[in-house]
Design a protein around this ligand. Structure first.
Ligand SMILES: [Zn+2]
Length: 224
């Protein structure tokens, strides 16, 4: 198939998103298949002539990932059957927002062909994404994501930059670890609270002293 033979509506949609290099794009006959490069999250983008047609398409699920249907209706943006239905104008911003909600959450050193390599893990915070959309919240302005490590000794959550010194106090050397997984929490600048990926508040007594200080400093830096 030649590019010029591609559905002109699909070409138009594709031309809006192809400069987003966090994604890899494949063009097939009736859809654009995206893959978030770091996390491998799949995104399928289709086009429809009307909202009704888009809603019909939303019934077709082709596996894991996100489905988006672009419609010509102006100012459209809603979720139906878990599918995002929107005007092409909102597509690029949505993909940028999705990228902002994919956060690194850990690593593991694995042996492959006699070599050691680091495997990285990412988390798509889809529940938070929907919540932020509903409330018009912007990353870096209304909230930030941060990684916290649940200490195996005291059970408290430690902010990622304090893990080395925290574990040292327990007599654990961070360099001995070949695998570390973190929880991604949301620090809300609006209400000063911390939330987990499900939107449940993480209470202060779950946090280490360092983490509490870190959160306080973060909130203060946004105030000034
Ligand atoms: Zn501890």
């Amino acid at each position: 198939m030649k590019y010029s033979e591609l559905d002109s509506r699909l070409r138009k949609v594709y031309s809006r998103i192809r400069t987003l290099d966090d994604y890899h794009w494949d063009l097939s006959g009736d859809k654009i298949i995206g893959r978030h490069k770091k996390s491998d999250l799949k995104i399928r983008i289709r086009v429809a002539n009307s909202r009704e047609e888009a809603e019909k398409l939303s019934e077709v699920k082709e596996g894991e990932g996100l489905d988006i249907v672009v419609v010509p209706n102006k100012g459209t943006f809603y979720i139906h059957n878990g599918t995002f239905i929107m005007t092409s104008k909102f597509l690029r911003g949505t993909l940028v927002d999705i990228n902002d909600h994919i956060v690194w959450r850990g690593f593991k050193v694995v042996e492959q062909d006699g070599k050691l390599m680091q495997e990285d893990f990412y988390e798509y915070l889809g529940g938070r994404f929907i919540e932020h959309l509903k409330n018009n919240m912007t990353i870096g302005q209304d909230f930030v994501f941060w990684q916290f490590y649940k200490c195996e000794k005291c059970g408290k959550y430690v902010d990622i930059d304090s893990v080395r010194s925290h574990l040292k106090e327990h007599g654990i050397k961070i360099e001995d670890k070949d695998e570390m997984m973190y929880e991604v929490f949301e620090i809300s600048i609006i209400d000063g609270k911390v939330y987990d990926k499900f939107g449940k508040e993480v209470k202060e007594d779950k946090l280490s002293e360092e983490a509490k200080d870190f959160i306080k400093e973060t909130l203060e830096s946004f105030k000034s």
